[in-house]
Design a protein around this ligand. Structure first.
Ligand code: BCO
Length: 565
C-alpha cells in the first residue's frame, strides 16, 4: 500500500460496516460523520457481501443496454471485481496517485461506471463531462483543474489531441474504444491484463470524490467539489424519501454522464440502497426509444428532466404498456403543472418533482406519500432546512418572494459541497448569514411547499442545462459578424426556456440574409462551445440596453421576452 493508506480489508476487521440506518442517522446529525469513508469499500462491497448471503434480491447492480442488442448486467460482486481491475489500470500503467484529478468524458457506456468506482477506490478525483464538450471547453477544464489523466471515447479524441500541447499537467490519455489510437493508452487492452487484486485506499469522509463544472452569470464555469461523504452518505435520504428506492428496484435515470444528476440518480442514491441502475446508451435521444425501453424492461422507477416528460406527453401514451413502472420523478428544471396532469392522466402515475443543484444535491422534493400540489417543487427534502430569505439573510414569512436558501450554519448538511476549487471568493459569495443561497427565487406557502419563481441572476436553465450567458456571448463574439451580444432566457413550450441572443452586427453584415446568418451563428456557437448552449433564438438589433456605466442590462431584454414590465 502507498504511504498513508491502509488496506481496506485489514480495516474491515477493526470495525463493523456502516448500515443504512447509520447513514440516515449521520444525515440527521444524530451521529458524527465517520473520519474515514469510501463509497466503494463501505457501500458497494457491502452489497456484494449481501448478494453472497442472499440478503439482497438477485437484481443486477448495473444493467446497461444500447438498443442494438448490446447488454451488460453486473452484480455488485462483478462490479467489485471489474472496478478493482479498472483501479489497477489507473494506478499502475497510468501511475495515478490519491488526490490526482481525472477528467472522464464518456457517453453512457459501462466503462463510465467502472472508472467512476475505480476512482473512488483509489482516492482519485473524478471529473465528469458531457461528450458535447468542444476543444475549447476541454482546454479550459484541463487547465483549470490541472487534471493528470483524461479518459475519453472516440468522439472527443480529436478535440483532445488539438489542445494537448497546451495542457502541461495532462500526463495520460486513456481511450475507451475497441480501436487503438496513436498517443493514447488503450483502456480495453490494459483492463484485459489488469489484476483484480487491487487494495483500495482508506479515504477520509472529507476527501474529494468528484468535481463538477458549473456555470454562473459571469466568467467560465466554476469547479464545484464534492467529498466521499457528501455524495456517498449525503444522498441516502433523498434515495429513500424522494426516489423511494429499495434493493429490488430498477431505476432508470435518463441523464447525461456529465451532470450531478447522473451522480444522484445513476450512482450514489440507487447504490446506497442496493437498487439496480438501469442505463440505455441513448446515443441519440428520441421519445420512441424511451417508450420502447419502458415497455421492454422491468424498470420500476423513472427519472427524467421535465423537457423529456414534455416531449413524452405529446405522444399517445395509452398505447404503451410499461412493464413494471410504478414511480416517476423529474429534476433539473421547473416542471409545469399541465405536464404533471397529462402524465398522470395518460399513465396513471404521479410525477414527483425534485429541486436541486450541483452544490447541494436535492433541496426540495415531492416526497413519497406526500400530498402533491402540481406546480410546486414540494417541501424541504429531509434533513434540509430550506427557507426563503431576503437580501440580508433574514427568513421571509410564507407568501413572500425571496431567494431559496439552505441553512448551513451552525451545522453544515452532509450533502453540502466542499466549495469551488481555487475560488474562495466565489465560495464565500454563496453564503448569506446562516444560509447557502441558490441564486433561485421562490415562495413558500403556508403549508411549507416551495414554488419556483426564476433565477435571481442571468443564468439560463434550458432543458435542464444550466447555461451561463457569458459563455454564449464569448462564443458569439468570436464570429466576425458580431460586434456585441446579450444572451438571455426566452420562454419555450418544450424546453421551459431557451437561449436567446440579441446581436449587434458589424457593418459588413448588416445587410446579410437574417435567416442564413442566424444559422451560421448557431453553427458557430455549436462548434465553439458545447452545442446544448447554442442560441435557439437570435434577434438582430441596432443596440443593446446599457447602464450609464456601459454595462449591458440583460434584465431589460429578459423581462421583455417573458412579457414582464
Ligand atoms: O435540438 P437541436 O437538434 O437543434 O440541437 C441539439 C443537438 O442536435 C445539437 N448537437 C449535439 N451534438 C452536436 C450537436 N450539434 C452539432 N454537433 C454536435 N456534435 O445540440 C443540441 C443539444 O441539445 P440537447 O442536448 O438538449 O439535445 P436533445 O436531443 O434535444 O436532448 C433533449 C434532452 C431533454 C434529452 C436534453 O436536453 C437533456 O438531457 N436535458 C437534461 C439535462 C440534465 O440532465 N440536467 C440536469 C443537470 S444536474 C441538476 O440540475 C442538478 C439537480 C438535479
Amino acid at each position: 500500500p502507498k504511504p498513508g493508506s491502509r488496506h481496506l480489508h485489514q480495516d474491515r476487521q477493526l470495525w463493523a460496516p456502516l448500515t443504512l440506518a447509520d447513514f440516515e442517522a449521520i444525515n440527521r446529525c444524530e451521529r458524527p460523520l465517520p473520519e474515514n469513508f469510501n463509497f466503494a469499500g463501505d457501500v458497494l462491497d457491502q452489497w456484494a457481501q449481501k448478494e453472497k448471503t442472499g440478503e439482497r434480491p438477485a437484481n443486477p447492480a448495473l444493467w446497461w443496454v444500447n438498443g442494438k442488442g448490446g447488454e451488460v448486467k453486473w452484480s455488485f460482486g462483478e462490479l467489485g471485481t471489474l472496478s478493482r481491475k479498472a483501479a489497477t489500470v489507473l494506478t499502475e500503467p497510468c501511475g495515478l496517485r490519491r488526490g490526482d484529478r481525472v477528467a472522464v468524458i464518456l457517453p453512457r457506456i459501462p466503462e463510465w461506471w467502472l472508472v467512476n468506482v475505480a476512482c473512488m477506490r483509489t482516492g482519485l478525483v473524478f471529473m465528469p463531462g458531457t461528450v458535447q464538450l468542444t476543444a475549447k471547453d476541454l482546454l479550459y477544464r484541463l487547465r483549470a483543474s490541472k487534471a493528470k489523466c483524461l479518459v475519453a471515447s472516440d468522439e472527443v479524441a480529436p478535440a483532445v489531441e488539438s489542445i494537448m500541447s497546451e495542457c502541461p499537467d495532462l500526463k495520460t490519455k486513456l481511450l475507451v474504444s475497441p480501436r487503438s489510437r496513436h498517443g493514447w493508452l488503450s483502456f480495453q487492452e490494459l483492463f484485459h491484463g489488469a489484476s483484480a487484486e487491487h487494495s483500495g485506499v482508506r479515504t477520509a469522509s472529507q476527501d474529494p470524490v468528484a468535481i463538477y463544472f458549473t456555470s454562473g452569470t459571469t466568467g467560465s464555469p466554476k469547479m464545484a467539489q464534492h467529498s466521499q461523504g457528501s455524495l456517498g452518505i449525503g444522498l441516502t435520504l433523498c434515495g429513500r424519501y424522494w426516489l423511494d428506492l429499495k434493493s429490488s428496484d430498477i431505476l432508470w435515470n435518463v441523464s447525461d454522464t456529465g451532470w450531478i444528476k447522473a451522480a444522484i440518480g445513476s450512482v450514489f442514491s440507487p447504490w446506497v440502497h442496493g437498487a439496480c441502475v438501469f442505463v440505455h446508451q441513448l446515443a441519440q435521444f428520441d421519445t420512441d426509444t424511451i417508450l420502447d425501453t419502458l415497455t421492454s424492461y422491468p424498470i420500476t422507477t423513472l427519472c427524467c428532466a421535465p423537457t423529456v416528460y414534455r416531449m413524452l406527453v405529446q405522444r399517445d401514451l395509452k398505447r404503451y404498456k410499461f412493464q413494471e413502472l410504478r414511480y416517476c420523478l423529474s429534476g433539473g428544471e421547473p416542471l409545469n403543472p399541465e405536464v404533471v396532469e397529462q402524465w398522470r392522466g395518460q399513465t396513471g402515475l404521479q410525477l414527483h418533482e425534485g429541486y436541486g443543484q450541483t452544490e447541494v444535491g436535492i433541496l426540495c422534493a415531492n416526497l413519497k406519500g406526500q400530498k402533491i400540489k402540481p406546480g410546486s417543487m414540494g417541501k424541504g427534502a429531509p434533513p434540509n432546512d430550506v427557507q426563503i430569505i431576503d437580501e440580508n439573510g433574514n427568513i421571509l414569512p410564507p407568501g413572500k418572494e425571496g431567494e431559496i436558501a439552505l441553512r448551513v450554519k451552525p451545522t453544515r448538511p452532509i450533502c453540502f459541497f466542499s466549495g469551488y476549487v481555487d475560488n474562495p471568493d466565489k465560495t464565500a459569495a454563496t453564503t448569506r448569514g446562516n444560509f447557502y443561497v441558490t441564486g433561485d427565487r421562490g415562495v413558500m406557502d403556508n403549508d411549507g411547499y416551495f414554488w419556483f419563481v426564476g433565477r435571481a441572476d442571468d443564468v439560463i436553465i434550458s432543458s435542464g442545462y444550466r447555461i451561463g450567458p457569458f459563455e454564449v456571448e464569448s462564443a458569439l463574439l468570436e464570429h466576425h459578424a458580431v460586434v456585441e451580444s446579450a444572451v438571455v432566457s426566452s420562454p419555450d413550450p418544450i424546453r421551459g426556456e431557451v437561449v436567446k441572443a440579441f446581436v449587434v452586427l458589424s457593418a459588413p453584415f448588416k445587410s446579410s440574409d437574417p435567416e442564413k446568418l442566424t444559422l451560421e451563428l448557431q453553427d458557430h456557437v455549436k462548434k465553439s462551445t458545447a452545442p446544448y448552449k447554442y442560441p435557439r433564438k437570435v434577434e438582430f438589433v441596432e443596440s443593446l440596453p446599457k447602464t450609464i456605466t456601459g454595462k449591458i442590462r440583460r434584465n431589460v431584454l429578459r423581462d421583455h421576452e417573458w412579457g414582464r414590465t
